[in-house]
Design a protein around this ligand. Structure first.
Ligand SMILES: *Cc1c(COP(=O)(O)O)cnc(C)c1O
Length: 380
């Protein structure tokens, strides 16, 4: 039934072999930098590739500081920590996300609260956030208190789904008005802009991931970006066991983590960063092919970048208008060697998070039942 889609994707990728959802591409200086790194003997958490990556990354996205970590999840954990989130605080986030968003909040012993997303961005809805705060919260001095639980809402973590920016400026304004710290889960949105400003640079802190399936990869890796010197230095300190600098003594001044990105990973990542603009361009061309192919389809809608935003089109996606047809599509494509998969199960339905407060999550539920990702690798 969906054979024409299989044919089209095989033609687009010029292959009849299995087509994965998202493969990394190593087309630049990867081997050269990795060899240099090995030859230097600095393969671990100190080295010039880490420093050089942090500098180039910060400048690429227009942020003052970047602090590299072992993965995006650890970067999120540290970001939520340095945002000031403590035990029994609450953090507002979206239920339509990868589990790491919520896990990072839980690692800080804080409680997630879920508000709905917008259908066009698949990211947190500023309207839903405002309505939730008006209905459930009150200010106590500079603190936003949840009237139901009496806990303070300390932070808000929206996510830019598949690289499509959410309405982050509006979310920032609401957070500012309610004394809530904004931390952006920008794990999927390197190369994405909202009104010409890079995703991840609106909040006090932003977090990116370089896992193997992201737009560029270090094998495993993540980074925190911020314009605040104190937050940057705190993030670096807490990700390097809070060791007080000294030539030989061991002094640690806080309970902290060993989350620093190794130089070996940074060597790979630096080579990947050099190719980012080419990858972004390739993904836009792919998106335009998909858009064109699906434009007259009455049953399937290709998800385009939202208004006011430029998306990196990291993972390309369709909406199956009739939710009862979603599984047929998934089965037909996967059976024919074209990988596709549904969007995540809502975090509010996972065992760990099913008792968290939420606002009904109408749009998140609509999307959960209908969104399917299709092959999105950079084409060679
Ligand atoms: C990939 C991802 C992360 C976590 O990144 P890892 O590097 O895999 O730990 C966090 N949040 C979102 C939304 C992601 O897609």
């Amino acid at each position: 039934m969906y054979k024409n889609i299989v044919d089209f994707i095989q033609k687009t990728y010029k292959t009849k072999e299995y087509i994965p959802l998202h493969e990394p591409r190593f087309l630049g200086n990867e081997k050269k930098y990795l060899n240099e790194c090995i030859d230097s003997s600095f393969v671990s958490s100190v080295g010039k590739f880490v420093d050089s990556f942090e500098e180039k990354f910060a400048s690429y996205i227009g942020s003052k500081y970047a602090v590299a970590m072992v993965n995006g999840t650890s970067a999120l954990h540290i970001a939520v920590l340095v945002a000031g989130v403590k035990k029994d605080d609450e953090v507002i986030t979206q239920a339509l996300s990868f589990v790491a968003t919520c896990n990072a909040i839980s690692y800080c012993d804080a409680k997630p609260v879920f508000v709905d997303v917008d259908v066009d961005t698949m990211g947190m809805s500023p309207r839903a956030l405002e309505v939730f705060l008006q209905k459930n919260c009150e200010m106590d001095g500079a603190k936003c208190i949840n009237k139901t639980t009496k806990r303070q809402i300390k932070a808000c973590v929206p996510m830019h789904t598949f690289g499509h920016p959410c309405k982050i400026e509006e979310i920032k304004n609401i957070c500012d008005a309610w004394g809530i710290v904004l931390v952006e889960d920008a794990a999927e949105s390197l190369g994405s802009y909202y009104k010409d400003k890079h995703a991840g640079t609106f909040g006090a802190l932003g977090v990116f991931s370089f896992n193997g399936n992201k737009i560029i990869t270090s094998g495993g890796g993540g980074v925190i970006v911020t314009d605040d010197a104190k937050l940057a230095s705190r993030a670096k300190h807490l990700s390097t066991t809070a060791k007080v600098p000294h030539a030989y003594e061991f002094e640690h001044d806080a309970l902290a983590y060993n989350y620093r990105m190794p130089n070996l990973n940074a060597a790979l990542l630096l080579a990947q960063l050099e190719q980012l603009d080419d990858f972004l361009q390739s993904k836009r061309v792919l998106a335009s092919h998909y858009e064109n192919f699906f434009k007259d389809d009455a049953k399937l809608e290709f998800i385009k970048e939202p208004h006011d935003a430029k998306s990196n089109y990291w993972l390309q996606a369709l909406i199956v208008k009739d939710k009862n047809q979603r599984d047929d599509l998934l089965k037909c494509l996967n059976d024919n060697g074209v990988m596709c998969r549904p969007i995540w199960k809502l975090l509010s339905e996972l065992l760990m998070y099913k008792n968290c407060q939420n606002d009904g999550l109408k749009n998140a539920k609509y999307l959960e039942q209908r969104v399917v990702n299709i092959p999105s690798s950079v084409r060679i």
